[in-house]
Design a protein around this ligand. Structure first.
Ligand code: PEP
Length: 252
């Protein structure tokens, strides 16, 4: 059975003080909840402070980053290496988020290099895919998602693929308050699992966790999480407050 994972993508929010307060409050609210993995993905500048706080709280909440570069080290001003994330206590790294693709021109080829580098350093990638509104309206959702999954995950072994987290995030649902219906989300998540089965085999495709992301809130989480191929959520806005993030976790 796959353990669902609820991950909070804090994007470009929170100072160190705010971040530490948030995880402390969150830990209190989710204490005792079993059967769900919880991760927070703060900005780079507060990873160390959050890591220290999470450790002090007992380690029930995992740490992730929002991006990284694929090289080990070198003259890459402004970039962060996978080993640096590991050193800071990260277990997860979000890769290929639609905001990275849209505003910073990230391609599937680059995401693929990052996925390989993350795995080589013992990080679990949360690989984001999803169509834009015009692509959905043109009926090309599956083509777009197929291209992103095949491009981003090229060259992995079945064993590597089995440990991945994939996040299906329709771009039109991110930060808009417009959530995909549970059946639409299930349809694409099921399609992704089928694709993974073709690429990596039955066992890997059954093991990989496929999240849904896009305006997930406490009141829509239960219906989404009840779908057979939705194994958790990647949460943006609602992860910025302990109460709403905990509400999603409770309803998973
Ligand atoms: C996200 O950024 O990954 C996301 C899903 O954001 P939101 O929950 O705010 O739509």
């Amino acid at each position: 059975m796959r353990v669902p994972i609820i991950a909070g993508n804090w994007k470009m929010h929170k100072t160190a003080g705010e971040a530490v307060d948030l995880v402390r409050e969150l830990a209190g609210l989710v204490a005792g909840i079993r059967g769900v993995e919880i991760a927070v993905c703060p900005p780079f500048t507060v990873l160390a402070a959050v890591a220290e706080q999470l450790q002090a709280l007992g380690g029930g909440i995992a740490l992730g980053a929002q991006n990284m570069y694929w090289e080990n080290e070198g003259a890459f001003t402004g970039e962060i290496a996978p080993g640096m994330l590991r050193d800071t206590g990260c277990r997860y790294v979000i890769l290929g988020h639609s905001e990275r693709r849209q505003y910073f021109g990230e391609t599937d080829t680059q995401v693929n290099k990052k996925v390989h580098a993350a795995l080589a350093h013992g990080l679990t990638p949360i690989v984001c895919v999803g169509e834009r509104l015009e692509e959905r309206e043109a009926g090309t959702t599956e083509d777009v998602v197929r291209g992103q999954v095949q491009g981003s995950l090229a060259g992995l072994t079945g064993r590597q693929a089995a440990g991945l987290v994939v996040a299906y995030e329709p771009v039109w649902a991110i930060g808009t308050g417009r959530t995909a219906s549970a059946s639409d989300a299930q349809q694409v998540n099921g399609f992704i699992r089928e694709l993974l089965r073709g690429m990596f085999g039955e066992e890997a495709s059954r093991a990989v966790r496929i999240q849904y992301g896009g305006s997930v809130k406490p009141d829509n989480a239960a219906e989404l999480m009840a779908q057979p191929d939705i194994d958790g959520a990647l949460v943006g806005g609602a992860s910025l407050q302990a109460g709403s993030f905990a509400g999603i976790i409770k309803n998973t």
